[in-house]
Design a protein around this ligand. Structure first.
Ligand code: NAD
Length: 294
């Protein structure tokens, strides 16, 4: 168990045990919670179990998880029935980023949990107010935006909607601290804090490259050496995926105006299939194993 003066909920539910859900389950297991994962079918449930156990084994091997693998396994349950969430204090929703899917999923969760239990959506872009509007108890919903990969990321954005209970925001801060991560509290605004700022810098870097202000390497060095960013904005765009960044920029420009309008260079590279590391080329060249070619 991780040392902390904050206590993780005894029972945590995770809806959708994919990349993020498995990481979230892993984080709460390490902090001592019992975790139940609900997936869409039996095969997906089995895959989710395997994902969580693999990362538990890795944490045990690294010495960052102090219990035995068996002890963590004994606290993990997976299934396909949301009734698994009946005893949970907190259920984190991590199904794919699709409004209709999330609405359906959240209603299903709300029908199974206690009236004072909390639901957190791990959405990266959907409005918490929009999701809360479909629930009977909107005050019990908030956003908990985890970062990928969850085990290596220490930030969690807690997103409060207009109707989120203030006491729930306080409780969520404690839960995030209990899993050894740092919470920041953000209002329900497009892109929250992280995507909005990160994408703003990324888009400006692309515009600077487009205008011939400096080379990609020099623009990145301005931020890594000048501002101590761990990765420059163009290299980061390659790692995230140019198509992913374009999608977020289109969403933010629709919500927040033309300052997020995607630069023509970004649109052109995506149209040509240059998506960054995953396609071998973006602002830099990458080999098949995902290493940058110098
Ligand atoms: N991947 C990232 O970098 C990242 C970062 C932050 C937030 N997010 C957000 O996290 C959420 C999940 O993303 P992900 O990358 O883990 O996706 P993913 O596709 O890896 O996982 C989604 C999981 O949900 C399951 N699922 C689908 N429909 C379901 C249903 N009706 N009931 C139960 N389970 C269902 C799928 O089987 C899958 O295992 C999205 O909202 C995404 O925007 C993703």
């Amino acid at each position: 168990m991780t040392e902390s003066t904050f206590i993780a909920p005894e029972q945590v539910g995770v809806l959708g045990g994919g990349r993020m859900g498995a990481g979230i389950a892993h984080a709460f297991l390490l902090a001592g919670s019992r975790v139940g994962i609900v997936e869409r079918d039996a095969d997906a449930a089995e895959a989710a179990t395997a994902r969580v156990l693999e990362s538990i084994d890795a944490s045990v091997a690294r010495g960052t998880a102090l219990d035995s693998p068996e002890a963590y396994r004994a606290r993990l349950t997976t299934g396909t029935d949301a009734a698994l969430f009946a005893q949970c204090t907190l259920v984190v929703e991590a199904v794919p980023e699709d409004l209709a899917l999330k609405v359906d999923a959240l209603r299903r969760v709300e029908a199974q949990i206690a009236p004072d239990a909390a639901i957190a959506s791990n959405t990266s872009s959907i409005s918490i107010d929009e999701l809360a509007a479909v629930l009977d108890r909107p005050s019990r919903l908030l956003g908990m935006h985890f970062f990928n990969p969850v085990p290596a990321s220490t930030l969690v954005e807690i997103v409060h909607g207009a109707s989120t209970a203030p006491a729930l925001v306080d409780a969520a801060r404690g839960w995030v601290a209990a899993i050894g991560k740092t919470p920041i509290v953000v209002a329900d605004a497009p892109g929250f804090a992280s995507s909005r700022l990160g994408v703003a810098i990324g888009l400006e870097a692309i515009r600077m490259l487009e205008e011939g202000v400096a080379s990609a390497e020099d623009i990145d060095a301005a931020m890594t050496l000048g501002y101590k960013h761990p990765v420059g904005p163009l290299r980061l765009t390659d790692i995230v995926g140019l198509d992913v960044r374009l999608g977020i920029a289109e969403y933010l420009s629709a919500q927040l105006g033309e300052r997020f309008e995607p630069p023509a260079l970004l649109r052109r590279l995506v149209a040509e299939g240059h998506l960054g590391r995953k396609s071998g080329r973006g602002f830099y060249e990458w080999d098949a194993s995902g290493r940058e070619q110098k």
